[in-house]
Write a protein that binds this ligand. Structure first.
Ligand SMILES: Nc1ncnc2c1ncn2[C@@H]1O[C@H](COP(=O)(O)OP(=O)(O)OP(=O)(O)O)[C@@H](O)[C@H]1O
Ligand SMILES: Nc1ncnc2c1ncn2[C@@H]1O[C@H](COP(=O)(O)OP(=O)(O)OP(=O)(O)O)[C@@H](O)[C@H]1O
Ligand SMILES: [Mg+2]
Ligand SMILES: [Mg+2]
Lengths: 255, 255
């Protein structure tokens, strides 16, 4: 049954979406069946693959709108991205209304976990691209996840931000049925910057095996990928960024 | 009297804080008196200058807590950063409580504008570093601002994000007393990336004089600056990043 990987960090622009798409594509290349769920109202992952939420009748928003869960909903909200073979449930701006909508709904944090049971046999990995906010969407993602991947930039402020992340995790652990499994992923690492190297050393020392061995280096090819609506492997499968995410996929498959 | 520059974009990690600190430092070097206000609960600008909110008795949060405005508050919340000469009002995580706190307070969007009148003669420029959220803090910043600077990364998704920004601006214009003056600043421009160049061309074509002529290029030295708690000018005043922000300061002083 599917391993659910939540990709979250309340800080913006740290590589959550890039990780969801690149890791998803890497797992696919290694023969795994992959579903990407775009839980971000800004729907960046969806837009990247040319699924424009305003043009779609059905998106991730439908899942949170159902009053009675119907397994047939998955037929409507899963889209196949032909050129990569990735399956995606697109996001939508209306996801931002959920904070208010689900306020009085009991067990509102369990909606996604329960729904995912229907597709658990169809995929090896389900990747959840999360918005940079703490809220009902993030709680759903964490409750549903088997592993939380936290992309963290290798800069000084990110170290300080880690404290905030761990405070949130501690708070959430009280609400969750079991302790949250998480692992930090160093992203946008610039080996030319001494500051980056120092931060990476500190992360390795403080986090030990809570830090992926794979470090995602800065690679300008990700912008080409974004502009062309492609995943990194379809821009240059041998570039630094592509090889890094492939290595990350292997690290996840064989832990 | 002081020109108030709000630096905002609901997307994370686009260079708001880097712009607040670097532009502030640049204006200082050009002989202007500068105050930076850190309106972000994550207080990145403050932490960068080694003002740790948890160790401070008084921060920007005090301003929004006063039931009756007392001009003497500025003596408590303005700190001088000795090595740069920058004045800063540090942020604090409690700023995030304001969304709830000020819910029932009339004219809650005017708090900052009214308070700033007390220091308007002491500074030439007041820079407001905003959080990546739409909320009461952002409204206060926009109501108080003479110019909204919107840092935008030169990538494909940022173009799509522009639409969201303009929707917000249109919505806010109805609430504000006058139309919002804004100008886009292209940031993290990577000249080696064809994708970046294409996005910059589109921005120039679509925005015309709503786009600063100055483009902030990608510069690894900003990470050194962040790690050392320095502004870019104290790392290398001749590097690409430093010269770009100096050029931006000149563009703002002589519009
Ligand atoms: N390793 C990398 N090297 C260079 N650029 C990168 C890398 N990873 C991501 N980027 C770029 O950085 C920007 C932000 O990345 P991304 O959208 O993945 O972050 P995010 O955490 O999902 O942001 P948000 O919080 O807005 O959802 C994008 O332009 C992306 O192409
Ligand atoms: N021109 C640049 N070249 C290289 N790195 C940059 C540049 N501008 C900013 N950065 C780096 O990018 C990261 C994000 O920048 P910054 O914190 O200024 O963004 P922000 O919009 O304030 O983020 P947030 O939304 O979290 O407040 C920081 O590590 C910063 O040092
Ligand atoms: Mg994202
Ligand atoms: Mg910031």
């Amino acid at each position: 049954s599917a391993q659910v990987l939540a990709i979250a960090n309340q800080k913006g622009g740290v590589g959550k979406t890039t990780t969801a798409l690149s890791l998803g594509a890497a797992l696919l290349r290694l023969g795994k069946r992959v579903l990407i769920m775009d839980l971000d109202p800004h729907a960046n992952a969806s837009i990247h693959l040319a699924f424009y939420p305003e043009n779609l009748a059905h998106t991730a928003y439908d899942l949170f709108q159902e009053l009675e869960h119907d397994p047939a909903i998955w037929q409507r909200i899963i889209y196949r991205h032909e050129s990569t073979g990735l399956d995606i449930v697109p996001g939508h701006i209306r996801l931002s209304e959920l904070e208010v909508d689900t306020k009085d709904r009991p067990s509102k944090g369990l909606i996604l976990k329960k729904a995912l049971a229907d597709v658990s046999e169809r995929y090896d990995y389900v990747l959840l691209d999360c918005p940079p906010h703490v809220g009902v969407l993030l709680v759903n993602a964490l409750v549903a996840s088997d592993l939380l991947i936290i992309p963290v930039q290798t800069d000084f402020l990110a170290l300080h931000g880690l404290r905030l992340i761990f405070d949130s995790i501690r708070m959430l652990n009280r609400a969750l049925s079991g302790p949250l499994r998480y692992k930090i992923l160093a992203t946008m690492y610039d080996q030319r910057a001494g500051a980056c190297r120092r931060v990476l050393d500190i992360l390795r020392e403080k986090l030990a095996d809570r830090l992926f061995a794979t470090v995602i280096g800065q690679d300008t090819k990700f912008r080409e990928a974004s502009a062309g609506g492609k995943v990194i492997f379809d821009v240059d499968p041998n570039c630094r960024g592509a090889r890094a995410y492939l290595q990350l996929a292997e690290e996840i498959i064989i832990p």
